[in-house]
Ligand binder design. Structure first.
Ligand SMILES: [Zn+2]
Length: 356
């Protein structure tokens, strides 16, 4: 019986997306996964500048810390503000006091200022992809903690996938990539089979049709929200970890949802499977063993208890022994200031989106 756990890891986040909440509704109701990308996410990321990105990342990181999540693996895209964007996110995470592993999501979907929803594998590499690769390389060479990001195979040429693979290898890290999230990316398995290694992070794998090397990141809430289907990650022998895909970073909440979705698929499953996914993510941040979280419930060391106790709150967080959240409020920064600045940046972004 314990009120305490170690710090949580969100293994796939999009800190750029904090301001999707409250954005103007798309003119046309999206009716497919691709249409959600086109009308929501690819509209927001194209309007980001570095200042907006900073406050979006700071708010996302602050909300993560106050949820007991002390480490985030982030996947970032801001196609009109690529250069230096990973430094902006790193700074925001550092000021908030959250550990981060960052990558820029390389893509060929922007051909100059024209957006293409699908890209031919044999098309020439675009300037946008080259700049994205450069941002990953610049950040990693400067000592940044991260991976080489790729949006997804279906928006990349073969040359881009090859260059990202080589860059990751030369920097001694992996590739962080969305894999077969929707049917539009069903060829991802075939295109990545000879490239993926154990250090890759394979995000979603909903329609993945073969075994690929790497760790699978399961994002049940996002998958349900996008109506892409159930990934059923236990069908693979890979390590599995949990992410939120940008919908907050409350990992106990995500784990509870992952459990009931798993159970819906197989009634013999237990919460232990999902809690193992939470622990497996600690391999990306070994120092997280020095972090601890005190919760509002006294059996947080029992998966069966937590799975059936909605609403457990994070009370205190200690990072390397230092009390950084006390009674639910951060001690090292002013949450009201973060929310105020973030709200101003969000209003500006929403106004720009309303004009599109
Ligand atoms: Zn994602």
């Amino acid at each position: 019986m314990s009120f305490e756990t170690r710090g949580m890891v969100c293994a796939h986040h999009h800190l750029y997306s904090s301001f999707a909440r409250g954005m103007p509704a798309p003119a046309v109701t999206p009716n497919s996964f691709l249409s959600i990308l086109e009308n929501v996410w690819w509209k927001i990321d194209a309007e980001l500048d570095l200042d907006t990105l900073y406050w979006s990342a700071a708010l996302g990181a602050a909300e993560a810390l106050c949820s007991g999540t002390t480490a985030i693996i982030d996947h970032h895209e801001s196609p009109m503000a690529i250069d230096g964007s990973l430094d902006v996110i790193a700074d925001a995470c550092s000021i908030i006091g959250v550990k981060s592993n960052l990558s820029y999501g390389v893509t060929d979907r922007w051909d100059g200022s024209t957006l293409r929803s699908k890209v031919s594998p044999l098309a020439p590499i675009t300037d946008g992809a080259v700049r994205g690769l450069r941002e990953n390389e610049r950040f990693l060479r400067a000592g940044g903690r991260g991976m080489v990001g790729v949006h997804a195979a279906f928006t990349c040429t073969d040359e881009t996938l090859e260059r990202a693979t080589s860059l990751a290898e030369s920097m001694n890290t992996g590739v962080h990539i969305h894999v077969a999230e929707g049917l539009d990316d069903k060829d991802a398995g075939a295109r990545l089979q000879n490239r993926a290694t154990d250090s890759w992070l394979l995000v979603h794998a909903v329609h993945l049709d073969r075994q690929l090397s790497g760790t699978i990141v399961h994002n049940p809430r996002s998958n349900m929200n996008n109506s892409v289907g159930y990934a059923n990650p236990v069908r693979f022998s890979n390590d599995v970890v949990l992410g939120t895909d940008g919908i907050g970073a409350d990992m106990l909440e995500e784990a509870r949802l992952a459990y009931v979705r798993l159970r819906e698929s197989d009634v013999t499953q237990t919460p232990d499977t999902v809690w193992q996914w939470l622990h497996t993510a600690e391999k990306f941040f070994p120092e997280i063993l020095e972090d601890s979280v005190t919760w509002s419930y006294d059996n947080t060391d029992s998966p069966w208890h937590v799975a059936f106790t909605p609403g457990i709150r994070c009370v205190d967080v200690r990072v390397k022994g230092q009390l950084v959240v006390k009674d639910g409020m951060p001690t090292q920064f002013d949450m009201t200031e973060i929310r105020t600045k973030a709200s101003e940046a969000a209003s500006k972004l929403h106004k720009k989106l309303a004009l599109r």
